[in-house]
Design a protein around this ligand. Sequence first.
Ligand code: GLU
Length: 281
Amino acid sequence: MQKTRYAAAAVAAVAALTLSACGGGGESADSGSSGEAGGGESLRIGIKFDQPGLGYDEGGSYSGFDVDVAKYVANELGVTEENIEFVEAPSANRENLLSNNQVDMIFATYSITDTRKQTVDFAGPYFVAGQDLLVPTDSDITGPEDLEGKNLCSVTGSTSAQKIKDQYPGVQLVEQPGYAECVTAMGGGQIDAVTTDDIILAGLAAQEANAGKFKVVGNTFSEENYGVGLPKGSDRCEDINAAITKMIEDGAWEEAITSNTEGADYTFNAELNPPTPAPCA
Ligand code: GLU
């Protein structure tokens, strides 16, 4: 750490000299939003901080499948791990973070949808999940049809909450900023079920604090294609798709999904995964 910091400072000093010599400064030329830090291009990447196995912040150390895909892609774009700044990207803030240039890209269980495509671009998909339910272990709920009049928790700004509003209006939907809050509320007995993508629910159920308390129903009712969120008009989509394809072909994708779901009761849908990235707009 120390060594890296000194090395970075030395490179920065040289970079400063170089910049003053040619009279330039400020942002890097290519995409405007990325900076030059520590002698290489840097990226601000939005991830979840509260979804174990996907995007998780353990005191400033980030783990999960989204994080691993983000690091792989960044590396292919010429950005090393120490030049990535991970920024929290809650479900409801993702479009704004991209539109307001607060992040360069988002890897945060971010489903590609036509509505979102009106404001942001997507590379990928790099994973396909499905919406499911998490319920207390002794619950007899087996699908959204059993939720009439029950309290169901989901997250503001998610496709999961939207689907319930559109297709199951008889359900009492409670919205929280994150899925972890939903699970806490279910632990307290105020909520009958939590809904979002199966892989997110499996990661939360596998947390030590939740051991034995909840089960994922295992009856998916949507297809969620996880994309890499980009600001509208970004020129990075093709390069990101090439990186995702490479990650799938060289085995790193499989290793990342396996290691990040270890210990969780989860098997990815092998008919839909790994997906082929869609052509860029
Ligand atoms: N994949 C869904 C979405 O993008 C649900 C998970 C989430 O909220 O991140 O909305």
